[in-house]
Design a protein around this ligand. Sequence first.
Ligand SMILES: [Zn+2]
Length: 449
Amino acid sequence: MKQSTSSWLLAVVLLSIVLPAAAWSNHALGTWQALSVVPEIQNAPSVAVESLGTFVSAEGRGLEQLLRQEEQWARTHVAFYPPRPDALAFHPGSSPAQQRQRFLGALRINPDAKLSLFLQTKPGAELNGQSALPWTEVTTLRRETSARRNIFLRLREGDRVALSDVVASASDEPDYGLDIGLWEDSGTLYGKRYGFGKLPFGNPALEFSSQAPFHMGFFHESAIVYKAAGFLQRTYPEYRIHLYRSLASYALRTGHPYWGWRFAGWALHYVQDLTQPYHATVLPGVSVPRMLWINTLDLLKFHAPKVRIIRLVSNRHLALENYQNCRMRAAYERHDMNDALLRAVRDTAADGNYPPYADDAARQVISSQAHAAADAADRTLERRLPAKFVSDPAYVVGETEVGLDLFVLVKTLPPTAQDDMTNLVAGLMRHFGEHSRSLVRSLLVAARS
Ligand SMILES: [Zn+2]
């Protein structure tokens, strides 16, 4: 088969991929644990809540300069970066509301994002008379959102809050609609202005699918995959991480700790997403020759193998996430901080083995590690979970059975299956914790300078 023909064939299969766009269902559950072993965070004084409008109005000139530098950095360092149209550059405006809108435009995030003043509460915690905030006031998503299971607290400007709660709550926020509808073909007015081009992969008609290219990083595929399907290189977590980390550092240096740590949480989200093997590899467990073969069959009008493989990869992705989320949530609810997954996130034994956080960490360290673990993770899920969830294309995890709890189900399996699932997810959670602390420590240095 000639190279060009095989490339074209592969592009056909990959273009039709619609992958789940959330990596870990509730990032806060992991972030609280990861930071519980960082004394500088735990012992830090509480911070005063500030609205985004107040922050942006106070720092207009500085933000103008910072965002200009950020754009330059992204154009120079982010591969396949779609430059931000100059018309979106941030300039301090007149009214606070106007400045807020300009700021969101310069970040190229959903202008309808709620960005309310809120905290997430730990599952099983008491509200103690504090006022709850409906989930509809933190997310723009309605259907595909895990936020509806969380309890949120309403904050007001001037309230004093613990730093770890700010970071943990914010680490789940990028899944609340911030990256929805940003593409030219998303059917939104702002998508037409933002200059990101068309959705690289997935289905533009599915709302949640539009955030995937910001929350995934396909940096380690084989050369033939990129040759065939260049659009897979258009994933931008590095852009988001750098932007939010720079904003965090700026806010910390200029005396706005609440926004400093909230932006830090946003940056963490994308780092944490890249620890999910299905966010760092396009089709774990599927070799390139197999992709080509399936595609050939597809072109010969045997569509079933392609539909099957995409469904199975998607189901394993969702099964991994369901197990991790249900298990960690249950541990919080019964106040069992000794659960193996929570312990793994807090495990600092290997923290010192990594170099200090650097701009290329997302690509060279974090996603590379998750990519290396992807095939083995896929195999464990396939072998250890009941066939229905991982090998039956007629079954859709999260849809066929509402309220599926794979943690409860795995407890009924033989001990080897339970152990393998624990080891698999604990290994991933260990990396989640290590990379979260690495980024946060880099900001503690910025906060002191
Ligand atoms: Zn995400």
